[in-house]
Structures are given as structure tokens and as C-alpha cells.
Design a protein around this ligand. Sequence first.
Ligand code: FNR
Length: 182
Amino acid sequence: SQYQIAVIVGSLRKESFNRQLAHALIKLAPAQVQFKEVAIGELPLYNQDADGHEVAVVKQFRDAIRSADAVLFVTPEYNRSMPGVLKNALDQGSRPYGHSVWDGKPAAVIGMSVGAIGTALAQQHLRNVLAYLNMPTLGQPEMFLQAKEGFFNADGSVGEQSRAFLQKFVELFAGWVAQHKR
Ligand code: FNR
């Protein structure tokens, strides 16, 4: 059977390296998984007063995650953590209490930054939240990528060495999803 994987990109920037990375990875995915980006940029800031009477865009977001078998997070690092827009999306999906859409969904985390540590600290913070949200998250391989000139080809694909790594990663993640899907 085929698995549907929601992709959440933690950057709203049009030319986002992380969105480019997501697209490059999706193209390398094996046939048993299908990826679809779920947008987070239009979500309002989470406010507990709205619990139970969410606006349409929040409902749609929650439905999209609920109907997915797994979630791939592709995040930049902002000030040594995940961007606020990503944390906001996690919060929106987590409430009302007892109705989290994240619960039990297998996940993976990757990211790219211009800095040398390639989102390692952002990913670590994100993993902490995913652990709390009860999302079994792929531990290895870690993917900390540094955005360097020439990483992406003009057609959006990645160079040969990185491609092999991305391919391996997406195959392992597909296996992880099959193993942990509820
Ligand atoms: C950054 N950037 C950054 N890079 C990094 O490696 N560690 C960091 O802590 C930060 N902090 C940070 C804060 C803010 C507010 C911005 C705007 C940027 C740089 C970041 O890696 C770079 O902007 C990437 O291009 C962001 O990813 P996208 O938007 O290209 O996907």
C-alpha cells in the first residue's frame, strides 16, 4: 500500500533552501510513499481562546495532518532554534487538549542552513517537541546540510554525492513509516 506523507517546511521564504531541499528529496522517493507539502504560513498565531472553534485555515491544516500517515519536517535554524512559524504550526496541531493531530505519527527531521552546523540545534529543539507529541522520529541518519554554492543544480536536483545521501534517507524513512504507522 502507499503512504501519504505530509511535508512541513519551516521557512516562508520564496527561494527557501529548505523548500528546494524538500522538493529534491521528494523526487527521489520510492513508489510506496507520496509526499505533499502542507502550508503553515497562513495559520494565525495560536491562541488557546480559539480551542474548539478554530478558523477554517486551522481546521484545514489539522485535517491535512490528521489524514497523513507520517510527517517530514524540513527546517531552517533561526537563532539556534526552530522558526516561530514552525512552532506555531506544532502548537496549532496539538490542541484542543486530547485532540492532537500529531499523536503517534511517524516523523523525520531534516534541514539546511547557511551556517556550518547545518540546523543541528534547531533540529534538536524540534526533536524534543516531537518526543513530547508522541511522534516516533527517525534517529539516523541525521541530515544537517549547509547551503553552499552548487549544492542544487539549475533544475533543482542535487549533486551526485548528496543525491545518494538523500536517496538513502528517503528509503529509510519510507521503511520507518511502514514500521511505525498506526
Ligand atoms: C538565520 N540563519 C541562521 N543560520 C544558522 O545556521 N543558525 C542560526 O541560528 C540562524 N539564525 C537565523 C535567524 C534568522 C531570523 C534568519 C532570517 C536567518 C540563516 C539561515 O540559515 C538562512 O537564512 C537560511 O537561508 C534559512 O533557510 P531558508 O529560508 O533558505 O529555507
